[in-house]
Design a protein around this ligand. Structure first.
Ligand SMILES: [Zn+2]
Length: 351
């Protein structure tokens, strides 16, 4: 019997914590990435890593003064090269407030609480060139030795801040970036740091666009691969909370031991648009599809999602994964590959 086809995009934001305390490259990047890759590769699946290149550019800036930064840059670069060599995609992911980061030499960590430059939109043209061009250049330099013909043609904005797209468009064109993975359809947030409004985004999983990222245009120059979201009932949310509380008590396995990413998000009334539709990301029963949000309690909802949808785009963060999430994702992938013909290569999905 022919199995039904399903498209599953497994994507990661490969980054440290971006608030009070960044955590270390071992705990936030290497260890969780290696654990989750084992699960993914076991099923013959492919993943996409969006590397926070603004972290790498900052390490580069400090490399001469601090030996630890120079070593971190070398080790992270080697890890990214190995991910690419294993056949996964690697694309840039910018968090421009690294420009205002503070280095903590005592612990070899970073503090990123200044958020004036959270959005690419708020940078000067010189700063935009520095972070965008510098990011592409640096990633190419890392990947080229292991993968000389690699096409660096995808992008995901930090904190979903891809609007207005007009400020990104010249950089997409300049660097031949054709695929964007920043839109979390239906969600919005209007804050002093993060700003995005995808409430009017097309419902299609994959669509073409030109200068407005939420306006579908057939024959557009760029392709959007919409991030999926899932409805979690209040009861499941409650049970999940209880489960995680006990799980943490029993095992101590939680990402908050690694770093502190919380930044103060204040809603900026001058940016707020009267909403008729869409989900407030800070307060909704809908949430992004993510490995770090998976648990035994939510697994049935994830399986139902796959039964009902042919496209499922995960956005996850190695820094936030615990052993339980990874185990549940393993179970989920096993369910998916046993019941369906699964495609994880975005180039085939984008068509
Ligand atoms: Zn990010």
């Amino acid at each position: 019997m022919d199995q039904k086809r399903k498209q599953i995009l497994i994507t990661f934001d490969y980054e440290l914590f971006l608030g009070n305390r960044s955590g270390s490259i071992e705990n936030c990047l290497f260890s969780p990435t290696d654990q989750i890759l084992e699960v993914i590769e076991k099923r013959g699946a492919k993943a996409i890593f969006f590397v926070d290149t603004t972290h790498l550019l900052t390490l580069k800036k400090h490399a001469e003064k601090y030996d630890a930064c120079s070593k971190d840059l070398e080790r992270v670069s080697a890890h990214i090269a190995s991910i690419s060599k294993r056949g996964h995609e690697v694309f840039p992911h910018l968090h421009p407030h690294w420009l205002d980061s503070e280095y903590l030499p005592q612990t070899n960590e970073w503090k990123l609480t200044k958020t004036d430059k959270y959005r690419f939109y708020h940078l000067t043209e010189a700063e935009r060139n520095e972070v965008f061009d510098g990011s592409v250049e640096l990633l190419k330099k890392i990947i080229n030795p292991v993968n000389p013909s690699y096409q660096l043609d995808g992008y995901r904005a930090g904190g979903w801040c891809i609007q207005p797209f007009s400020v990104f468009e010249p950089y997409f064109r300049k660097h031949s970036i054709k695929y964007d993975f920043s839109v979390l359809g239906k969600f919005y947030l209007f804050s002093n740091a993060q700003y995005f409004d995808f409430s009017e985004a097309p419902q299609s999983s994959v669509y073409k666009f030109n200068s407005d990222i939420v306006k579908e245009e057939s024959g557009g120059a760029f392709t959007e691969l919409n991030i999926s979201s899932i409805y979690i009932s209040k009861q499941t949310q409650f049970l999940d909370k209880v489960f995680h509380k006990f799980y943490y008590k029993l095992t101590g396995d939680h990402s908050f031991n690694r770093g502190e990413g919380q930044i103060a998000v204040k809603i900026d009334p001058s940016l707020v648009k009267p909403q008729t539709t869409g989900h407030d990301i800070l307060n909704s029963s809908w949430e992004r599809v993510a490995i770090e949000l998976m648990s035994q309690v939510k697994l049935p909802a994830y399986k139902d999602f796959l039964r009902q949808n042919d496209y499922m785009h995960f956005i996850s963060h190695p820094k936030m994964l615990n052993k339980h999430n990874i185990r549940i994702f393993d179970k989920f992938l096993s369910f998916a590959t046993e019941n369906y013909q699964v495609e994880t290569d975005f180039r085939k999905i984008a068509g």
